[in-house]
Design a protein around this ligand. Structure first.
Ligand SMILES: [Zn+2]
Ligand SMILES: [Zn+2]
Length: 404
């Protein structure tokens, strides 16, 4: 399992951070890191496999939790899909039948077309949830746009579907939909989080929009879909740069909302292995929580006690006494370089998100000097990503920005 022992969480300033409190050298078993992907599509929307097959893939690949996040729907009620539209669909049916048995898929024929019925989230959970080992969490990709600009937001641990609401601008579109999620959270009493997906997809959301939309607390700093302009282009910033811009602007404008970064798969294709296709296993979050339950996971994320990864695992992550420390789980013959990114208080436009320290090794730290608006760490390994979404991708991890 993707677990390491861990620690206590606290909130300092407006940025949530995890604090290392190793007690007399004994590991604190109260909290552990759980590995999860919070952005996945199945045949309930535009993914090309059955939800149970996808859940089975994640479960057998060392994930602890998974959210199915279909476009504007949740996997409830009755839905039938054609069983033989193309080779991919035929393969999907064959593989699912082989894995779960001949009686598993309910079948019918409509106007000479064979169809199969999709399992609901509840049915998939009944089959694949294993207490303490694997958990499916309800979700939705609230899929909307302002004019032609895509605005997609995931909501996790929802109780019911949210219909996308219109806003008068990109920022307002984010805000009104984040408010819908917040309303459901209050009414239902559930812990629900919402995050902005792939801001650079269709160049829909820029740093100004993200700065203004203060309800926005999370975004995807990494999305494994190769069509999302993850790294920007020659004129537009990549997602990591957007992060520094937004965090800096929010702090300078005296806004209290942090912006926390996730890595996700945004997986759609499960029958192909190609750098050009959105396949599973590219990016995930490691959430430090008391238990593998939706409420505990969402609470931990809301407090900022998680990091984003595309392969690098942290054995520990702590912020105490103005020192940000990371212990990296080192693999043989892999070198880890940690860059600490900060905007200093007196920085001009050229001083946003600069690297203030670079440390090699598996046990690294940054001591705050007192002149930083925030600091965040990125670990870059020399290990090539086994399933990259862009050329020459290497495994990385990103910790959340800390405001001292
Ligand atoms: Zn999307
Ligand atoms: Zn998506």
């Amino acid at each position: 399992m993707a677990r390491t022992t861990s620690l206590i969480v606290t909130v300092i300033g407006c940025f949530a951070v995890a604090v290392w409190a190793a007690r007399d050298g004994k590991p604190d078993t109260q909290k552990v890191f759980f590995k999860g992907n919070l952005h996945t599509h199945s045949l309930w929307s535009d993914g090309d496999d059955f939800p149970e097959m996808i859940a089975d893939w994640y479960k057998s690949h060392d994930y602890d939790f998974l959210a199915l996040t279909e476009h504007n729907v949740m996997a409830t009620g009755e839905k039938w899909v054609d069983a033989a539209t193309n080779k991919t669909r035929e393969d999907a049916v064959t593989k699912c039948t082989k894995r779960f048995g001949a009686d598993w898929l309910e079948k019918r024929t409509v106007k000479d077309r064979p169809q199969v019925r999709l399992k609901t989230l509840a049915q998939v959970r009944e089959k694949l949830d294993t207490p303490g080992k694997f958990l499916l969490v309800a979700g939705e990709e609230i899929t909307h746009k302002f004019g032609r600009l895509p605005v997609h937001m995931n909501a996790i641990n929802l109780g019911s579907t949210i219909k996308p609401a219109d806003g008068g601008s990109v920022a307002e579109t984010i805000t009104v939909n984040a408010r819908q999620v917040a309303e459901q959270k209050i009414k239902s009493g559930r812990e629900i989080i919402t995050f902005l997906n792939h801001p650079n997809f269709g160049w829909g959301v820029n740093a100004d929009d993200m700065t203004t939309a203060e309800e926005l607390k999370f975004f995807e700093v990494y999305n494994g879909h190769p069509g999302t302009n993850q790294n920007g282009d020659k004129d537009r910033p990549g997602c990591e740069r957007l992060w520094d811009l937004v965090v800096t602007r929010r702090i300078k404008a005296n806004r209290r909302a942090p912006l926390l970064g996730l890595a996700t798969d945004d997986a759609h294709n499960y029958h192909i292995n190609s750098i050009k296709s959105p396949t599973p296993g590219r990016g995930w979050v490691m959430v430090r929580a008391t238990s593998l339950e939706p409420e505990a996971l969402m609470k931990a994320m809301a407090s900022g006690d998680f990091y984003a990864s595309t392969g690098v695992t942290l054995e520990n992550l702590n912020y105490a006494k103005k020192v940000l420390g990371l212990k990296i789980k080192a693999e043989p013959e892999v070198t880890y370089t940690t860059t600490f990114h900060a905007t200093l208080k007196d920085a001009g436009p050229d001083g946003i998100g600069l690297v203030v320290s670079t440390v090699t090794g598996s046990d690294v730290a940054y001591e705050f000097k007192g002149n930083e608006l925030y600091v965040r760490a990125k670990v870059t390994s020399t290990k090539k990503h086994p399933n990259p979404s862009f050329a020459d991708e290497v495994e990385c991890a990103w910790t959340q920005p800390i405001r001292p």
